[in-house]
Write a protein of this length. Structure first.
Length: 292
């Protein structure tokens, strides 16, 4: 199992990978990023991820150092150099290095970094039994740049720390109006009477790539979908709740703030959506994560 770093297109072993302490990604979290996983060794939805990275960069005024397609090729090159059975890549753009000072004009050329890590699946028990989540009210750096996947995750980090201290797998973020926006690293869905409900993009969520594929899968399965604000009460009264992300795929939520959801077990709609998603990524006929 191998880790590889690509810095401005050059490959390095982890212990040799270095960037300047004057880089604004280090000084001010002045950066955007994407996380991409592989299936059969190939980055999934790479074009979509690169397009979202470019949109995030535009929202915060970071120039793309090379075309998105070329950056995608660098991701493929780094993944192939790692030679893992499966990997995930974190792709980062920073505004660049320069003198200490908040003014973005002090930055030099943008820096691009690709970190490739071996993919370790979550324990099968989490998929088999479902997970607990808690709701946490917080304000995130991304709230200032709606829809951008920015590098400053301190608020989400602290929310997840609180969730872990309360025995939960994930924290669901509440906005100022008390609506459930998303998880710290996930999107959230509710199932009621066979229909799906999830917050719309204008609710200041980060619209996940996996979320988009699940919305398409739901349509293929004939499941009604409603883009609407959600409250903790909506989650508590749901038949099923699940979260989605590139690394988790689909993960059932069976407790919210110490209250059981539905029957307290993963539900059939979540299972069906997960199976259809895995068929979409080429894993039809493979064991499901809870069967591993």
């Amino acid at each position: 199992m191998t880790r590889i770093a690509s810095i401005d297109g050059a490959l390095f072993q982890p212990e040799e990978a270095k960037v300047s302490v004057y880089d604004r990604g280090f000084l001010y979290s002045d950066s955007v990023f994407e996380t991409i996983r592989t299936y059969a060794g190939e980055p999934f939805a790479l074009t979509e991820h690169m397009a979202r990275l470019a949109r995030s960069a535009a929202k915060v005024g970071i120039a793309m150092p090379i075309p998105a397609a070329d950056l995608g090729m660098e991701v493929r090159r780094a993944v192939r150099a790692a030679r893992n059975p499966e990997s995930y890549a974190r792709v980062m753009l920073t505004r660049g290095a320069g003198p200490v000072g908040l003014d973005p004009a002090l930055a030099g050329a943008p820096l691009r970094v690709v970190l490739v890590e071996p993919l370790t699946p979550l324990p099968a028990a989490l998929y088999r039994d479902g997970v607990a989540v808690v709701t946490v009210r917080t304000e995130r750096a991304a709230d200032a740049a709606q829809g951008a996947k920015v590098g400053n995750y301190l608020a989400s980090l602290l929310a997840l720390k609180e969730a872990k201290s309360r025995g939960a797998h994930e924290a669901l973020v509440l906005d100022a109006a008390g609506h459930v926006v998303e998880g710290t690293t996930s999107n959230v869905f509710v199932v009621r009477d066979g229909a799906l409900y999830t917050p719309p993009e204008n609710a200041n969520i980060l619209p996940g790539i996996t979320r988009a594929h699940l919305i398409e899968v739901a349509a293929e399965l004939g499941r009604p979908l409603h883009l609407t604000a959600l409250t903790p009460a909506d989650l508590a009264s749901a038949d099923e709740v699940f979260i989605s992300s590139s690394l988790r795929e689909v993960l059932s939520v069976v407790r919210v703030d110490d209250r059981p959801v539905g029957g307290g077990r993963p539900g059939p709609v979540t299972r069906a959506l997960h199976a259809a998603f895995r068929a979409r990524v080429g894993l039809s006929g493979e064991p499901m994560p809870w069967e591993a």
